[in-house]
Structures are given as structure tokens and as C-alpha cells.
Design a protein around this ligand. Structure first.
Ligand SMILES: Cc1ncc(COP(=O)(O)O)c(C=O)c1O
Length: 385
């Protein structure tokens, strides 16, 4: 059988067998509803509380964990929830123009509801300026949301510095979408002045449909889901007991091995960077020393999807700029924000690594590239003649 090389780990990761094992065990044995009064319900509730406590401990803090269905729900709940609860204090919000759609679309929606939003630009590396954040903060600013690691190019925002500016200069809530950084970069919400943090388990070898918001503030937020008032009244719906346990397990595994995995990811990313720098058809879009697991590249003479499909025929799986926008024809807002030309944007694709991709796998990738891409380019050049 042809070997598969999965290089689309920012879209999702392979569940860790230990995580799956916990999930199956809890699903089979502890299926009582955690809200039920009887013993089976109580056992399930205890498991959820244990998962909540350990999830908080992997974020180094005493904040409160609210389990959700993933990154999109957490971002929606945190942003809408705080914007609505703090409206009497002001109506100004700040975010960046390279956020994930589950953040950007929420801000666009809030603008329609009368909030004023400042979208911070990024430099050519995809990083915001702390001075621009400082000047954007006003008396009426109630919420700032900045992603930690960008999902398309891997740029890393100066979250710690942003947090101290926000805390020193305003009363705004600071929300961070850490979906792409957890398990790859250390993150300490207390130290970074973060009030609310979004995580999604399937990005770090947990399961899809499981996520959380870590709340590190006493400030109330408005629930976006009405019903049975589970999760401290912030997220109605029967709690996904096995999902919470599996998420806490995935967090433990990711945290315990963070340094080892980070080192390995950096080696792989730099091996690929060095390779693409020797290829005259390719341009590396990710700046150096950003996220350890993401490398955005472009072949301006080809379309990103042509590269993706050609490599797929050889068992290599990667994405155009991001999994959620890759089926849409519109240009990536992130690559546009970097000021790249249309041809470079059109030819862009993303390689995203995981600790289970070996350096040997990447050597194989290089060979496959050399076999597959030059003939495609020859075809394009022939057609142009
Ligand atoms: C930065 C970022 N935020 C949020 C999300 C949404 O997460 P989920 O797939 O769990 O809804 C993603 C998913 O790609 C992401 O990369």
C-alpha cells in the first residue's frame, strides 16, 4: 500500500490512541447524564469536574473552564458574550485583520449591531504592532481579541506584551484564540493578562467537537445558548462527559511533551524552509521563527489547489491557505493582509506538521515534490509559449 504523508495538522490532527481509549471507556461505562440526580449522574458529574480541574491546571491557573463544542463556539461565546455584557461601559472593540473567521465574522456581526471595531493591521511577517494597539485603546474599549498563532501563516502575536498594555491602559477584557498554539508554544493566561482563552481539542490530537473557554476574570458574560443552564449557565446543553475527559487527557499529553515536540517541529519546519529556499519555483511566505508547525509557501506559477491535488495523488495531504477557506474561491484575507501579490496568493498552500511527522517523512516529501511539481511547471511554461 502507498504510504500516506499527512501534513495538514493545522486543519486537524490524528486523535492520540490514549485519548480515544479514555473517550471509549467513559462513553461505555459512565454514560449517565451529569445533570441527573442519581448515582450514575453524580459519577459522570464528578468526571466532568475532574476534567475541568485538570484542564485548568494545564493552563497554570485557577480560572474557570467552560466546556464547549470547539474553537468556533468558544470564540463566538467569548466575544459576543463579553461584548453584550459590557455594552453599558462602552461600545468599542479591537481585534486584528488576520483572525480566524470564527472571530472575524463575529466582529463583523457586532458592527452591524452598532459596535465600533478597530481591526489592527499586521506587518509583512503577519504580526501586529504594540504601539498601534496602544493607540487604538480608548476609554470605551470593552474587549480586545487577538489570536496567538495564525492558522494560515503561523505568525505569533506578542500576547504577553499585548496583555500588559491592555491591563495597564484600559479595563477591557482580553480574549485570545489559542487554537493553533496550545501544545506548540507555552501559554500562561495569568502571566499574559488573558481574561478568556479559546482552545479546540482536535488541533492537538484530541477529538473534534470538544473545546473550552478558560475564564480568568470575575466579569460576567452573556450566554449564547438558552436551555438547561449547564456549564455555570454559560453553555446550555447536556455536558459531553467523555469529550471533557478526552480533552483533559489530550491537554495533559500535549503539555507534558511540549518542549520535546516543539524542538522536533522546529527541526521539521526548518528542513522544509531550507528545501523551499533552494527551489526557484517556490516562495516561503511564513516569516522565520514563528510557529513551529506551520509553513506557508507559494508557487506563483501554479494554483495552490493544483499543488494540493498533484501531491495528493502521491499520498501527500496538505491544504491551500486554510482548511475552512480552501473550498471557497475567495482570496485569503490573511495573505491579502500581508500585502502579497495576486499570483503569490493564488499559488499559496500550507504545510502543517505534528510531532508524529518524522524528518525522514519530510525527506520523502522533498523527493515527491521534485518528482511531481517540475513537470506541472513545464506544462504551464509550454502553454505560455
Ligand atoms: C485559529 C483558529 N481558531 C478557531 C478555529 C475553529 O476551531 P474549531 O474547528 O474547533 O471550530 C480554528 C480552526 O481551524 C483555528 O485555526
Amino acid at each position: 500500500m502507498r504510504q500516506m504523508l499527512y501534513l495538514d495538522n493545522s486543519a486537524t490532527t490524528k486523535p492520540d490512541p490514549a485519548v480515544l481509549e479514555s473517550y471509549i471507556k467513559v462513553t461505555e461505562q459512565y454514560y449517565g447524564n451529569p445533570s441527573s440526580l442519581h448515582g450514575m449522574g453524580e459519577t459522570a458529574a464528578q468526571l466532568v469536574e475532574m476534567a475541568r480541574k485538570s484542564a485548568a491546571s494545564y493552563l497554570n491557573g485557577s480560572g474557570k473552564v467552560i466546556f464547549t463544542s470547539g474553537g468556533t463556539e468558544s470564540n463566538n461565546l467569548a466575544i459576543k458574550g463579553f461584548a453584550q455584557s459590557l455594552r453599558s461601559r462602552g461600545n468599542h472593540l479591537i481585534t486584528t485583520n488576520i483572525e480566524h473567521p470564527s472571530v472575524l465574522e463575529v466582529f463583523r456581526h457586532l458592527e452591524k449591531e452598532g459596535f465600533a471595531v478597530t481591526y489592527l493591521p499586521v506587518d509583512e511577517k503577519g504580526v501586529i504592532s504594540i504601539d498601534q494597539l496602544r493607540s487604538a485603546l480608548k476609554k470605551e474599549t470593552i474587549l480586545v481579541s487577538i489570536m496567538h498563532v495564525n492558522n494560515e501563516i503561523g505568525s505569533v502575536q506578542p500576547i504577553g506584551e499585548a496583555g500588559s498594555v491592555i491591563k495597564n491602559q484600559s479595563r477591557a477584557i482580553f480574549h485570545v484564540d489559542a487554537v493553533q498554539s496550545f501544545g506548540k508554544l507555552p501559554i500562561d493566561p495569568d502571566k499574559a493578562g488573558i481574561d478568556a482563552l479559546t482552545l479546540s481539542a482536535h488541533k492537538f490530537h484530541g477529538l473534534k467537537g470538544t473545546g473550552l473557554i478558560y475564564l480568568n476574570t470575575d466579569q460576567q458574560l452573556v450566554s449564547q445558548m438558552l436551555g438547561g443552564s449547564q456549564e455555570f449557565g454559560l453553555r446550555s446543553g447536556t455536558v459531553h462527559t467523555a469529550g471533557t475527559v478526552a480533552m483533559a487527557k489530550a491537554m495533559r499529553l500535549a503539555t507534558e511533551q511540549l518542549e520535546k515536540h516543539r524542538k522536533h517541529l522546529i527541526e521539521g519546519r526548518d528542513l522544509l524552509r531550507a528545501f523551499f529556499e533552494t527551489r526557484e519555483e517556490a516562495e516561503v511566505l511564513s516569516a522565520e521563527d514563528q510557529a513551529p508547525h506551520i509553513l506557508a509557501v507559494s508557487v506563483p506559477l501554479l494554483k495552490g489547489e493544483v499543488v494540493v491535488h498533484a501531491l495528493e495523488k502521491k499520498g501527500v495531504y496538505l491544504s491551500t491557505s486554510s482548511a475552512c477557506s480552501s473550498r471557497m474561491t475567495k482570496q485569503s484575507h490573511v495573505l491579502k493582509a500581508l500585502g502579497l501579490s495576486d499570483d503569490v496568493i493564488k499559488g499559496a498552500f500550507r504545510i502543517s506538521l505534528s510531532h508524529d511527522v518524522s524528518l525522514n517523512d519530510l525527506e520523502k516529501f522533498k523527493k515527491i515534490w521534485e518528482e511531481v511539481i517540475p513537470p506541472l511547471l513545464e506544462g504551464v511554461k509550454r502553454n505560455e509559449r
